[in-house]
Design a protein around this ligand. Sequence first.
Ligand SMILES: Cc1ncc(COP(=O)(O)O)c(C=O)c1O
Length: 383
Amino acid sequence: MLNKKMKITKIVRKVCKDFEPYIAGKSINTIKREFGLESVIKLASNENPLGASKKALEAIKSNFEDIFFYPDSNSYYLKKTLSETYNLPIKNIFTAAGGDEIIELIAKLFFNHEDEIVISKHSFIRYAMAVKLMDSKAVIVPMKEEGLTYDLMALLGACTKKTKAIFVTNPNNPTGTYNTKSELLEFLSDLPLNDKFGIKPLVVLDEAYFEYALLEKDYPNGLDFLKGNPNLIVFRTFSKIYGLAGLRVGYGFADEEVVDYIERIRPPFNVNFLAQVAAAAAILDKEQVEKSQKLVKEEKKYLYKEFEKLKVKYINSAANFVLFSSLPFKGKELFGKFLKEGIILRSMDEYELPYYVRVTIGTHKENELFVEKLKKLINLNRN
Ligand SMILES: Cc1ncc(COP(=O)(O)O)c(C=O)c1O
């Protein structure tokens, strides 16, 4: 038993004392329980409504009895499969328990107290959290006002002698916007050399929604820029299009020296056995990728049309979600109204977008239900 007089707060690291936890999308069972609902759909965390890759499921079924062994700490087979798929040497590849762990590993490896890390406003919140955890300084740069897009030139402008790294999400969560190949190339080549470190700042390119964004004109593949940019780290995830969010597995590509350091500091066995087996099968599952891309493409068209009919402002998205204006409601209010109707969305207060809500593209039936409830809520308010 803890001694009641013990003041734990006194020994907690200063940066952890006011640490805000990540607000995870609520689960279906939680909402069923809280609202006494029988049927609930989740369009909150950008998961794949078609479910997990069938190839991954088969691989799990034929391997699950071996879970009493520790996994291969080096994820060799998964790395080998990634290496063959992307035609890059294994020494340039690392794996981790999701993009989330990758972000934290990068922070632990590079960020000191005196370092500045450049982050775009309205971009994935886990970067700022990792920076805070390391007690470094996050330099937040506004987006381009029009269209809520990354302002890459403004990111460059924010670099100082203390800049250790810049995070770039392409396409970005939660806005769904993306930067083109020529924009990214210009950004990488214009990065100022840091005299103190003798190298350019690290660029951490988060491509969690890469496979969805491939359908966009001039969307760049970050891997094409690795050659010639030893300061570039690209990472992706199995949580989105491959439908393996519950297994927690992500992967990244970087200069071999960076990979070597990441390998040294990561926890042993950080990618669990079934995650490795499933991910190695999923990466070869072209059918999963194609049918998911098709669904998202068609359903985004459907949602855009319905938003337009309802005169609801939305942002064109290169990913499997759409950010839309919650007006006349506050985002949190609209989110709450949807919850009562059995639909879990994501409000955006922590992204400093209090009048927006994000909806993950679901199956057609789920999207129809979402539109039906949106119509009802908006009309109720307008009448
Ligand atoms: C932009 C972005 N990066 C990284 C992640 C982390 O994904 P995971 O940890 O599931 O791989 C997410 C998850 O939502 C994301 O949206």
